[in-house]
Write a protein that binds this ligand. Structure first.
Ligand code: SAH
Length: 356
């Protein structure tokens, strides 16, 4: 059943103040409510005992406290990575991942779309197709979901990566809108240096993002050094090829003074040869200075396309050649694969994605 009440996270600050004013409540209540909604552990406004009871009840009647509702949570065997299946008001579902790191940081991986239209050959989310774009509230409330859980042990979400389901730059307004809310000191107050948006290379939107004046990090899913290989595994490459994506990355660096990270999923026999490594380093260095680029090598996680992960020495050799070619590279084994929470493994099971 659909819930027609707007989520409080989809309400602007002005709209909340106006709603309060209609009820004869002072404007400062808006900040109080936001603080609870953002950093508190309450699961309903009814629990906010520092607000007058009629206000609590009016809030509960008028708004959903969260745009996402927890259906199920799984934890990886090491107990670190956690994945949540979340239900949206119209019955669609998304996934969101918490990646704590030695108590020092709590990174959340958010989805920006239910499903994804980009159809990369190796990605489970791509198999779903696009179900729909998420609203700002539906993105922000994924972080609030984890924030509420962390509040119990006095911790907060420290880093956010837009690397869950969907293509963030294909849902540009909600992506930038949610990043602004995350950065806003009145809301989450997360440093833009701890926010990373990942794209498969939607070039015009990469330029738009560079012009936003949001000093956030950009990750670019490159995955190949030439158009033939990239075109075979990423349909988007037919629109914007390797050179165009690298040129747009260089413009992003120039405009924002932020380093760009290139994601590179390692597929045995497809994009993992020594020659490819040399070509990749050369292609990157044609566009960017050594200090401005970093390559994250992601061993392929079990998914569609019948691909295989290269042997570790081969991936290490690939990284070494990148280094020799003047490009810093890190081999990253993504965590949470036992609960299908690794890169490219987020997918809502058949039947779950359909509105119920
Ligand atoms: N659409 C955006 C955000 C998704 S980020 C983007 O493409 O950047 C998820 C990352 O995981 C992307 O780099 C994606 O290409 C990568 N990925 C997808 N399937 C994968 C798989 N099976 N194994 C490892 N990485 C994968």
């Amino acid at each position: 059943m659909n819930d027609a009440r707007p989520a409080i996270s989809d309400l602007s600050d002005q709209a909340l103040v106006a709603w309060l004013r209609e009820r004869g409540e002072p404007a400062y209540r808006a900040r109080q409510i936001r603080r609870h909604a953002t950093h508190g552990a309450a699961r309903s406004p009814v629990e906010l005992t520092d607000l007058p009871k009629p206000l609590r009840e009016a809030l509960a009647a008028s708004f959903r406290w969260s745009a996402v509702e927890l259906v199920r949570e799984e934890a990886s065997a090491d107990g670190e990575t956690r994945k949540a299946l979340l239900r949206l008001a119209d019955g669609h579902h998304i996934e969101s991942v918490l990646m704590p790191h030695h108590g020092a940081r709590n990174a959340v991986c958010v989805s920006t779309q239910a499903g994804c239209p980009m159809a990369c050959a190796f990605c489970a989310t791509g198999e779903m197709g696009l179900v729909r774009d998420l609203t700002v509230g539906e993105i922000v409330d994924q972080i609030r979901h984890w924030q509420r859980e962390l509040a119990h042990r006095g911790e907060r979400v420290s880093h956010v990566v837009y690397m869950g389901m969907g293509e963030p730059l294909h849902n540009y307004r909600s992506t930038t809108g949610s990043a602004r809310t995350l950065m806003d000191p009145e809301h989450f107050g997360i440093s833009p240096r701890r926010i990373t948006v990942s794209t498969c290379g939607v070039v015009p939107k990469m330029d738009a993002l560079a012009a936003e004046g949001l000093p956030i990090n950009l990750a670019v899913s490159l995955h190949a050094a030439d158009d033939e290989t990239r075109g075979a595994i990423m349909p988007i490459n037919r629109k914007w090829g390797v050179e165009e994506v690298l040129a747009a990355s260089a413009r992003y660096v120039k405009k924002t003074k932020r380093r760009v990270t290139f994601e590179y999923v390692m597929l045995a026999g497809v994009n993992d040869s020594e020659r490819t490594a040399r070509d990749l380093a050369a292609a990157i260095r044609r566009h960017l200075r050594a200090a401005d680029a970093h390559v994250n090598l992601i061993p392929y996680n079990a998914g569609p396309g019948g691909f295989r992960r290269p042997a570790v020495p081969r991936m290490e050799r690939f990284a070494e050649i990148l280094h020799e070619g003047g490009v810093a590279a890190t081999l990253r084994i993504s965590r949470g694969q036992d609960i299908a929470a690794g890169c490219g493994q987020l997918k809502v099971p058949e039947g779950k994605a359909a509105a119920v």
